[in-house]
Write a protein that binds this ligand. Structure first.
Ligand SMILES: NC(=O)c1ccc[n+]([C@@H]2O[C@H](COP(=O)([O-])OP(=O)(O)OC[C@H]3O[C@@H](n4cnc5c(N)ncnc54)[C@H](O)[C@@H]3O)[C@@H](O)[C@H]2O)c1
Length: 257
């Protein structure tokens, strides 16, 4: 039995990951603003520190897996919150729990990025760079006047790059901790539904092609990819970004590889 921490465990993809792990006999410590073992708000430093401290208490010194899934969609009006939860909340969880992972068995961490990270142009706003420089106040300031889709996609690009930059490092791969990311496409969850219901984003989401042709993905299909990367079957996967998007990214960026 593994002990796995899942942020955003109260809904959507995080809930599906938690359910699959529990069904397989693992112990899950969920972190969310509601309905979780650890109730904490990952949008700010106090909540992030509280989350790490409470996980340490629950887990007793070691965890075997961490999934950074909590996130906000492009329709959220407060762009600084999108930045703070999607990027800084995710990396605070991953970095904060890394010492517990170092004491875990076959430890592995997965961050949830998005296929929008490469489909929406990065632009020259400096948002991705500010995130990767760890400058949260600059990143939040830059995000203010940008459109929500750009803010969302840039936070997810920064998160995937953070995974790529850190995965091979001494503290991660060198300590035997595999760090990877999953980049989902459109998946039917409350987050997607809020985007679909918003006239600024709904038509674009509905019009975006998904080659597999079965409509939006299901949270369980993303959980399958996350659980794979967490587990022994992915024991040689390190620093990868696994697209689970029905082929949208390949369709749009065919040769961008
Ligand atoms: N649904 C999609 O189409 C899609 C596509 C690509 C990527 N993603 C990403 O997948 C992840 C999960 O999204 P979802 O679609 O399951 O959404 P969701 O809204 O169903 O679940 C997100 C969860 O994160 C939690 N959360 C939000 N802010 C938080 C905070 N400040 N502190 C702690 N928890 C917080 C919410 O309470 C919720 O339980 C997100 O990072 C999202 O960006 C989703």
């Amino acid at each position: 039995m593994r002990t796995v921490v899942v942020t955003g465990s109260a809904s959507g993809i995080g809930a599906a990951v938690a359910a699959q792990l529990r069904a397989a006999g693992d112990s899950v410590i969920g972190i969310d603003v509601r309905d979780a073992e650890v109730v904490a708000d990952l949008s700010g430093p106090d909540g992030r520190a509280r989350a790490v401290a409470l996980v340490r208490e629950h887990a007793g010194g070691a965890v075997d897996g961490v999934v950074a899934c909590a996130g906000l969609g492009p329709q959220v009006a407060a762009h600084d919150r999108i930045v703070s939860v999607n990027f800084f909340g995710a990396i605070a969880t991953l970095a904060g729990l890394r010492p517990l992972l170092a004491s875990g068995r076959a430890p592995s961490a997965v961050a949830i990025s998005s296929n929008s990270s490469r489909i929406v142009p990065e632009g020259d706003s400096g948002l991705v760079d500010a995130c990767l420089a760890g400058d949260e106040s600059a990143a939040c300031r830059i995000a203010g006047p940008l459109d929500g889709s750009t803010v969302y996609a840039n936070t997810k690009l920064a998160l995937a790059r953070w995974v790529r930059r850190n995965a091979p490092e001494t503290e991660w791969a060198g300590a035997g901790i595999r760090l990877n990311a999953v980049a989902p496409g459109a998946v039917q969850t409350p987050l997607l539904q809020e985007g679909l219901d918003d006239p600024r984003f709904g038509p674009a989401i509905r019009g975006f092609p998904i080659p597999l042709g079965a409509g939006f993905g299901r949270a369980e299909q993303i959980a399958d990819a996350v659980v794979f990367l967490l587990g022994e079957r992915a024991s040689f996967c390190c620093g990868t970004v696994l697209y689970a998007d029905g082929g949208s990214d390949a369709l749009v960026r065919r040769d961008d590889y």
